[in-house]
Design a protein around this ligand. Structure first.
Ligand SMILES: [Zn+2]
Length: 85
């Protein structure tokens, strides 16, 4: 179960973990529909009872829209992950 530990982390020109890498860490793609992104952080909130409604999947969202969700809803987690290189 340690397969991911030796993966190289992509770093962007600012020395931060790349946006694409952070997105793939925080967003889950549906197996049936690769256009359907489910936010893991919203899912955790839902499962731990922080929010009472199941998070809506982001269907057909662009990278920009995914980043916007993550930076507005989960700014702290996003920043932490970006620095985690
Ligand atoms: Zn979310």
């Amino acid at each position: 179960m340690d397969d991911e530990s030796d993966q190289e982390i992509e770093v962007d020109s600012d020395g931060l973990r790349s946006i694409a890498s952070c997105i793939s860490e925080l967003m889950e793609n549906s197996m049936e529909n690769p256009e359907c992104h489910v936010c893991r952080l919203c899912d955790i909130r839902y499962k731990t009872g922080v929010i009472s409604d199941a998070p809506k999947p982001l269907i057909g969202a662009t990278q920009e829209q995914l980043v916007q969700h993550l930076t507005t809803e989960h700014a702290d987690a996003w920043e932490t992950l970006r620095r985690d290189v």
